[in-house]
Write a protein that binds this ligand. Sequence first.
Ligand SMILES: [Zn+2]
Length: 210
Amino acid sequence: MSNLTLEACAECDLLLNPKQVAPGEICQCPRCGYRIQQPRRQSIERTFIYSVTGLALLAPANLLPILGIKVLGNIRDGNLWSGVTALFNEGMWAIAILVFLASMVFPALKIILTLLVSGYLYFDKPGRYLATWMRYLHHLEEWAMLEVYTLGIIVACVKLAGVADLRFGYGLYAFIALLIINCLLSTSLDPYSFWRRIRQMQREVRHEVH
Ligand SMILES: [Zn+2]
């Protein structure tokens, strides 16, 4: 019996023989053209380092003041959280919840899950929940939208520029850095090689058990 396991194309379910593809090359489905593999160089290492950086940025981006507004001599600082509570107090609770989830909860979850998965793979530790975490991560991709809040900051700046003195806080720099890390994570994480490594680890564990 051959050891070869067939793989299904994620788009059209065509069964294919797994191929070793070098970084920089693209492997497409012969039937529908779906990009099955597009390996990225040192995907695990880079993803791990970016997610450690992202974790360090989470607290300052969420808690430090993003914008300071000076009106009639009074200075008021606002951070991400105070933006959410302000929306809530204005009665816009649905938007408040959406902003809270999309700009605070989901991005944080995404970074923590990415750190867990890439950390286990980086240190070569088979984790029982690796596959589950990978699946959660796949779904989070569509929900973590830091861009939503970025748009809010830009709108606030434009509206207030004429009437108040604006000061940018350290939170804004942390937030922008987090946004960049988020983009870097999307380009470094190669789901195919992550899954292949996870399956390989699962097989090794099963061999040790039997
Ligand atoms: Zn296909």
